[in-house]
Design a protein around this ligand. Structure first.
Ligand code: FAD
Ligand code: NAI
Length: 465
């Protein structure tokens, strides 16, 4: 150990890095974690999952109180007023408590926080704030940053990224969202509920790429009903500041006449790119892929012995829970155990209303691969709890292998989809068939019964439709 300062140094304290550091320390390894932000928790806790969900929750309450939804249930409220500063303050409190919680966990587990930006100076050592540190193992968990549109400058006042959209000081009249993906729809929902007119410009012919085809169509229908305006199959060619706002020039993706859309705020949400700049990876002998990611094997080891990588900086979905699970697995592998992540079963959730969630393969993907499937669908319209709550949008879809009945994918649009998908993920992790789910007793009345009924529908015998 003499020549090494640590057994493990983790670069980045996001959900991947902080979890890896804690598990490494739990397994008896001397561990440090480098983080250049003022607070721990990475994108997710500081400017991602947590503040966005805080605003989604708060804006949903505002919407319910102001759009007559509460009144319909006999809950009469007086005039409803928005105090945006208070909403932002409550969000900041949640972020502070959670990021502070990671600092507490670091102390509890004896993980040392090296404050500053890390860059490699060799395969086993890094520089941080003018000092060098050597470690037997280095885990790169540097996450990702927003991708900008070529030629479009993000000033975070008028042309904003997700971080700007989490901190707008007032509700825009017209928000134009470039990119109908997860961020565009979640943060678009926040500002829509608070009173903005929202137009989503999407390059592809449908929103939410990667999700199940029927789910994508249903989601767009519901969002349209909520007042979202969609311009699909449309590309943005220019965004120009015009006094207090911006002019967004769009044209059909296939080519055609250009048109200008005036906005007071433009949110650029067209994806994220891995953070590898400034790491001096070449000094460690590491290269990035043509997508800028660090390639790893199924143990999260890179091509350079002793250097590992996890989370958004590696291939796969850019999701906090994927990063966390990889954090645990990489630490266990470093400690000589067998750390595994089943990348076939990573759920994803869009926290709009209704929520949209999926796990496993989509029907379209499987069919394109020539795999015969059986599909069962059940609408929330026929679910007693959803009906009682007057919250009937969406459906559950179970996709099973036609030969073995094994569940290959579950896709849900529904108010509790994000919670329900955990059951589907667990069933799939255990190799469940649709029959296993259909014959599992589900409590009544719950939204989860819609999953059981969708599983029953795979064999064509649901009870309630
Ligand atoms: P990050 O969380 O990005 O953390 C990397 C950390 O490394 C950062 O803190 C960075 O400062 C630090 N770092 C980078 N380079 C260096 C260096 N050289 N030296 C020192 N430190 C460095 N995912 C979900 O699953 N659910 C959600 O609801 C969700 N909501 C999101 C909402 C928004 C608005 C955004 C932007 C993202 C959201 N995500 C969500 C995605 C999620 O935030 C990421 O997938 C997750 O944070 C990735 O974790 P990570 O540990 O790989 O990287
Ligand atoms: P995204 O990949 O979800 O969506 C980007 C969208 O922009 C796509 O629909 C794409 O077709 C479109 N697009 C790309 N270029 C375009 C252009 N020039 N003009 C118009 N449309 C264009 O990316 P997003 O929303 O920026 O989110 C980034 C990542 O953050 C996602 O990969 C997601 O995993 C993660 N995230 C996860 C959340 C969650 O789990 N709930 C919430 C927010 C972010």
């Amino acid at each position: 150990m003499a020549e090494f300062d640590y057994d493990v140094i983790v670069i980045g304290a996001g959900p991947g890095g902080y979890v890896a550091a804690i598990r490494a320390a739990q397994l008896g390894l001397k561990t440090a974690c480098v983080e250049s932000r003022e607070t721990l928790g990475g994108t997710c806790l500081n400017v991602g999952c947590i503040p966005s969900k805080a605003l989604l929750h708060a804006s949903e309450m505002f919407d319910e109180a102001s759009n007559g939804a509460l009144a319909k249930f006999g809950v009469k409220v007086g005039s409803v007023e928005l105090d945006l500063d208070a909403m932002h303050a409550e969000k900041a409190k949640a972020v502070k408590e959670l990021t502070g919680g990671i600092a507490f966990l670091f102390k509890k587990n004896k993980v040392e926080w090296l404050k500053g930006h890390a860059s490699f100076n060799g395969a086993t050592s890094i520089d941080v704030a003018g000092k060098s540190y050597a470690a037997k193992n280095i885990v790169v968990a540097t996450g990702s940053s927003v991708t900008s549109l070529p030629g479009v400058e993000i000033d975070n006042e008028v042309v904003i990224d997700s971080t700007g959209a989490l901190a707008l000081p007032k509700v825009p009249e017209h928000l134009v969202v470039i990119g109908g993906g997860v961020i565009g729809l979640e943060l678009g929902s926040v500002w829509k509920r608070l009173g903005a007119r929202v137009t989503v410009v999407e390059y592809l012919d449908e929103i939410l790429p990667g999700m199940d085809g029927e789910v994508r169509k249903e989601a767009r229908k519901i969002f349209k009903k909520q007042g979202f305006e969609f311009r699909t199959s449309t590309k943005v060619t220019k965004v120009e500041r015009t006094g207090a706002g911006a002019s967004v020039t769009v044209e059909p993706a296939a080519g055609g006449a250009a048109e200008a859309i005036e906005a007071d705020v433009v949110l650029v949400s067209i994806g994220r790119r891995p953070n590898t700049q400034g790491l001096a990876l070449e000094k460690a002998g590491l290269q990035v892929t043509n997508r800028g990611q660090i390639d790893v094997d199924n143990r999260f080891a890179t091509k350079v012995p002793g250097i590992w990588a996890i989370g958004d900086v590696t291939p796969g979905p850019m999701l906090a829970h994927k990063a966390e699970d990889e954090g645990i697995a990489v630490a266990e592998n470093i400690a000589g155990q067998t750390g595994i992540v089943n990348h076939e079963v990573i759920p994803s959730v869009v926290y709009t209303h209704p929520e949209i969630a999926g796990v496993g393969r989509t029907e379209d993907e499987l069919k394109a691969e020539g795999i015969a499937v059986k599909v069962g669908k059940f609408p929330f319209m026929a679910n007693s709890r959803a009906k009682t709550n007057r919250d009937m949008d969406g459906f559950v879809k179970v996709v099973a292998d036609a030969r073995t009945d094994r569940v290959l994918g579950v896709h849900i649009v529904g108010s509790l989809a994000g919670t329900m998908i955990a059951q589907a993920a667990q069933a799939m992790e255990f190799g469940a068939t649709s029959e296993d789910i259909a014959y599992t007793c589900h409590a009544h009345p719950t939204h989860s019964e819609a999953l059981k009924e969708a599983a029953m529908a795979v064999t064509g015998l649901p009870i309630h439709i």
